[in-house]
Each structure stands twice: as C-alpha cells, then as structure tokens.
Design a binder for this molecule. Sequence first.
Ligand code: HEM
Length: 412
Amino acid sequence: MEISVVGVGAVFLAVLLIVVLNWISGQRDKCVQQRAKSTLLQYLHQFLPHSSSPSLPGPPSFFLIGNMMELTHDHLPIHLTNLAQRYGKIYRLKCGNTTMVVLNSSEVIREALVKKWSDFAGRPVSYTGNIVSGGGHTISLGDYNEEWKAHRRLVHSALQRCYQQSLHNVIERQALHLRKVLIDYQGRAVDLSEDFTVAASNVITTLAFGKEYDKSSAELQQLHSCLNEIVALWGSSWISALDSFPLLRKLPNPVFSRLLKEVARRDEIITKHLNDYKSQDIENKDAITGSLLRGLDKHHNTENEELLTDLHVHMATVDLLIGGTETTAAWLNWTVAFLLHRPEVQTRVYEELCTVLEGRYPKYSDRHRLPVLRALISEVLRLRPVAPLAVPHRAIRDSRSAQLQQRENSVC
Ligand code: HEM
C-alpha cells in the first residue's frame, strides 16, 4: 500500500512537472535564439552540495521547479545580469535538486577561470550531457581527469602541427572563395549568414575530414541540420528536466527520442568520414585526422593501458565541428552588421590593412601589427558575445580565494 501511494505520488509529480515544462517549452518556442542560449545554461544543471548553497543569495525558489522560470526569459544573459543587480555578482539558481552558481563580473570570472583555474578545472557531469558527448568523451564537456588531459593534449598538439603546416593555406583558400562569392552578389541586398557558415564550416571540415563543400551540398546541409538540431534540442526544457528530475526519464519523451536520433545520425556521419579518411591511399596533409590517429598510441595510463581510442578522435571531430563553425559564422555576421552602421570604422580597418600589409593577404603572425583590426574583433565579441554564458566549470576541490568560497563540486 505504502509503495503504491509513493508510486501514485511520483506519477502525480511527474504529470505536474510535465504541465509546467510544457508551459516553459511554450514560452521558449517564442524565440528560437533563446533555445540556443539556454543550451549553454543546460550545461549548468548540476548538483551542488546543499551545504554550500544556503550562504549564497538568490531569487526565492518554488516547490519542485525551484528557479526554473528564471531560465525561460527571452534574453537570458541580460536577465541573469539584471538578477546580479539584486543578488550580487555571485548568486545561486536552483532547478529541482540542482543548484548552479552564476558569476556576474569579469573580476570574479577571472578569479575562477584564470587565477584559480585549477580549482575550477572540472566540468559538470549530467545524464543528457553524457548522451551528447559520447559518455563525456569530448574536450568541451568531459570532466577533468587523466583521460581528459591526454585527450586535450592530443588535440592541441594536432592543431599546433596543423597551424605550422597548413592552417593558414586552408583559411586563406576559404577567405578568397568567400571574397568571390561576395563580389558575385554585385551589391545586391543579401543575407550572408549561410555563406559565412559554409566558409567557417569548410575550414573545419577540411581539417577534420580533408573535405570542403558547396553551399548547395546535401551532405553539408545534412551535417549542419544534425549538429544544429542537437544544440537546439539539448537546450529544450524537455531535455534539461531529465537532468534535474531523474523520474522523468521513465516517461515517454518525444523530444528526447529526437535528440537520440540526431546523436545517432551525427555519429553515423562522422564514422563514415573517419572510415573514408582511413581507407584513402594518399594521406590528405590538410586534415588533422592523421595526426590525431597517429598520436593515439602515445597516450597510456599508469598501468600502461591505452588511454585514448578512435572514440576520442571521433568526439574531437564533434568538438571542432560544433565549437568552430557557428561561433565564427556568428561573429562574422555581427561584424558585418556593425561595420555597415559604422563606415568610419570600416575605413580605419581598411586603411590599416593597406598600410601594414602593403597589398598582400594577412597572416596570423601579422596580428600584433594590426591593432585596429584586433580591437574590432574584441569589441564585436564584447557587444555580441557568441557564447555569452560560456561553458560551465565544476570545482574539483574546495576553493578558498577571497572572492570565491566555493565547495568541491560547485558549478559556475
Ligand atoms: C568566436 C569564436 C569562438 C568563441 C567565442 C569560442 C568560445 C569558447 C568558450 C567560451 C569555450 C569554453 C572555455 C572554457 O570553459 O574555459 C570554448 C572552448 C572550446 N572551443 Fe571555442 N570558441 C570559438 C571558436 C572556436 C573554434 C574556431 C574552435 C575549433 C577550431 C573551437 C573549439 C573549442 C574547443 C575544442 C573547446 C574546448 C577547449 C578546452 O577545454 O580546451 N572554438 N570556446
């Protein structure tokens, strides 16, 4: 009898939650952009030891849903900044039994991520995060441990090698192609977002699979629709609720089923590309895949067992594709928008490029001699941050700096 009361209670709570989540979902569907932003928040849904949260200020939280409603605002980063004016530069938000710590000033963020970076080197582990990251095997979502460190070293050294050998040529080729596309528009009013996505994506796919695509390519469209769908679905309340309320995992959830389908599609596409890469007779020197595969053997744990496998190359490819495409494309979109409104800045950048480069195309090493261009890049990222909520970190030990008194496992 007692069990059935608990069971009925649990079902009731689950139904109540579904109603609430449905409403939250409705709010979210009002704005597609909001879904992308909340994706970043999704990372934050982690368990904070209850002993460490009462000392932090934060908005009043409601039974069961905690502060989930705060996360449904259309302009989430602005809303979180507004909350900081009421609750201070470090405050907490609760979602069910999940608590997140929001840092709201460059000073405390620098303290956590630069000065005390080793205290906050971890990433929160979550049920849905594990699903999209192949069990936490991406660099962006993986937690801090020997395997993650080896994985990160492998990718960084492959990128470093690629930077020395071919990165400049790959980027220059795409930049020149983009220039031609823009000239061909002959001053017509156009939406450039797709062209920017294709250019940024071609740099990454050349690095990852040694392949580049036309804007009309079905393969490219399929890859992007799949990756964008995963990012958007993962930001949905239907998915993030599964991290905070494990009971909901037992119920049918069509949005979650779609996420699983898209993750499977993504893995199928990347597996095919990696297999094609492995079976080619002549190695493509532009791709970093060769360096990644060769580097696997060098990484062993203390028992001399293999620490990294093909799965790590697969998930590094996912990291590069998701991390490197829409970020760059969004920045290009905003830069063009701002420059259209500020022609005098356009002129200053153009004059600097003409004077410093004397007619040749820029190289990465020229950046120190191009202060106006660098200021433009930083200013656009400041005004329209591509990842305004960044990627959350988890304290791997108690942190006792003057500003941040965070317990192990707190997430910021
Ligand atoms: C405007 C451009 C970009 C922005 C704003 C951006 C933003 C970020 C942020 C906020 C993080 C989290 C850092 C942290 O938690 O400490 C990150 C990590 C990462 N990004 Fe980017 N990113 C950009 C471009 C790229 C590109 C072009 C690539 C790939 C070539 C890339 C690949 C990655 C990877 C692999 C990580 C995880 C790195 C690690 O933990 O070592 N990103 N990025």
